[in-house]
Ligand binder design. Structure first.
Ligand code: MN
Ligand code: MN
Length: 324
C-alpha cells in the first residue's frame, strides 16, 4: 500500500519534469476515495490577506511545490525515510477568497476540519502567518494545543490600524483568546527586531507564554533551548509553526518582514531536528514570498524545512497517552 505513496523518483522522471506536487507525492484532493489511506497531508494555503506590509506569500505554495522537487527520499543526517514511514500525499490548495478575510478563514477551517475528520495530520505551506489561526480553529476545536513557534516576531499583537483584529501580526493572540492554544504550553523562539512597543511581550508574560529572544538562543545554544522547548510543550498534542523570517535574511531574503541577526540555514534545520519526541498534530511553514525571492533560495530552504518537519512527524505515535 505504501508504495502507492512513494514520490516519483528522479531516476524514473527527471526532477525538473512533470507536474510539481509537494515532494513529488501523489495528489489526493479531499473528494478522492484514497483520502482515507493518507496519514500526513501536505496542503497549500495561497493566501496573504493578513499581510500588513510587503505582500507576496499567496504565491508561496506554488513556488514551494516547485522547489520541493529538489527533495529526495532519505534524510541526509538521520537516515529517516519519511515516505516509507507514513502515507503522505499532496492534498492540494485551500482556495481562499482574496477579497474577504473572514470568508477565507471559514474556508480554511472547513478544509482542515475535513482533514482532521479523515484522521490526517496536516503539514501546511503558507501563505502569511494569519493562515495558522483558521487551521488551529479546526485542529484545536476539541482541546487547546501546545505550540512550538519559530519566528522573529511573536504575532501576539491585539490589533492593527485601530481595531483590525485579523492580520499576520495577531494570529496567536486570537488563538489564545479562543482557547485554541494553552499559553503555558507555548514557546516562541528567535524573537528580534525593532518594534513599536512591547504590548505583545506584555501579553505573553501575562498569560504565561515563554518568549525566547534570539540573544538567548545564541547565548545558550540550540540544543539547550530546544530541550526547554520540548519540556514546555510536554507530552500533549502540539502544533509547530515556522515563520521563514526566523531565518536570517542573508539565507531567506524572500519574505515580507525580514529581521537581521538571525539563524543561518543549517541552524534553521537544526532547531527542527531537536523536535524529536514532540507530539506534532500539525505544522506549518509560512511567509515565503516569491516576489522577494529572486533566486528561489528562500523557497528551497522552506521546502527543506518542510522535509525536516515531515521527518519528525512520521516518528510521532498516532494517539496521545491517556491523560496527556
Ligand atoms: Mn510570523
Ligand atoms: Mn515573522
Amino acid at each position: 500500500m505504501i508504495s502507492d505513496y512513494t514520490p516519483v523518483s528522479g531516476f524514473e522522471l527527471p526532477r525538473f519534469a512533470g507536474i510539481p506536487t509537494f515532494m513529488r507525492l501523489p495528489y489526493v484532493p479531499l473528494e478522492d476515495p484514497r483520502l482515507t489511506e493518507v496519514e500526513i497531508g501536505l496542503i497549500g494555503i495561497p493566501w496573504d490577506s493578513g499581510t500588513t506590509n510587503r505582500a507576496g506569500p499567496r504565491h508561496g505554495p506554488r513556488q514551494l511545490r516547485d522547489l520541493s522537487t529538489m527533495i529526495r527520499a532519505e534524510h541526509g543526517a538521520t537516515g529517516v525515510r519519511p515516505f516509507e514511514a507514513a502515507r503522505c500525499a499532496d492534498l492540494g490548495d485551500v482556495g481562499p477568497n482574496p477579497a474577504d478575510i473572514l470568508d477565507s478563514m471559514d474556508r480554511i477551517t472547513r478544509f482542515y476540519a475535513a482533514v482532521k475528520d479523515a484522521g490526517i495530520r496536516p503539514l501546511t505551506a503558507g501563505g502569511d502567518h494569519l493562515c495558522s489561526l483558521p487551521v488551529l480553529r479546526a485542529l484545536a476545536a476539541d482541546r487547546p494545543l501546545g505550540m512550538i513557534h519559530f519566528d522573529s516576531h511573536t504575532d501576539l499583537f491585539h490589533s492593527y490600524f485601530g481595531g483590525t483584529m485579523y492580520t499576520h501580526g495577531t494570529p496567536f493572540r486570537r488563538a489564545v483568546e479562543e482557547d485554541l492554544l494553552d499559553p503555558r504550553r507555548v514557546v516562541q523562539i528567535g524573537i528580534r527586531g525593532t518594534a513599536y512597543d512591547r504590548e505583545d511581550r506584555d501579553f505573553a508574560r501575562a498569560v504565561g507564554i515563554r518568549v525566547i529572544a534570539i540573544e538567548e538562543l545564541f547565548a545558550r545554544g540550540i540544543a539547550d533551548v530546544m530541550a526547554e522547548a520540548r519540556e514546555i510543550a510536554g507530552t500533549g498534542d502540539t502544533y509547530v509553526s515556522y515563520d521563514i523570517d526566523f531565518v536570517d535574511p542573508a539565507f531567506a531574503p524572500g519574505t515580507g518582514t525580514p529581521e537581521v541577526g538571525g539563524p543561518n540555514s543549517f541552524q534553521a534545520l537544526q532547531v527542527v531536528r531537536e523536535l524529536t519526541g514532540v507530539r506534532i498534530v500539525g505544522a506549518d511553514l509560512v511567509e515565503v514570498s516569491p516576489p522577494f525571492d529572486t533566486s528561489g533560495g528562500t523557497a528551497f530552504l522552506g521546502a527543506s524545512i518542510l522535509f525536516e518537519i515531515l521527518c519528525q512527524m512520521v516518528q510521532v505515535p498516532a494517539a496521545a497517552p491517556a491523560g496527556a
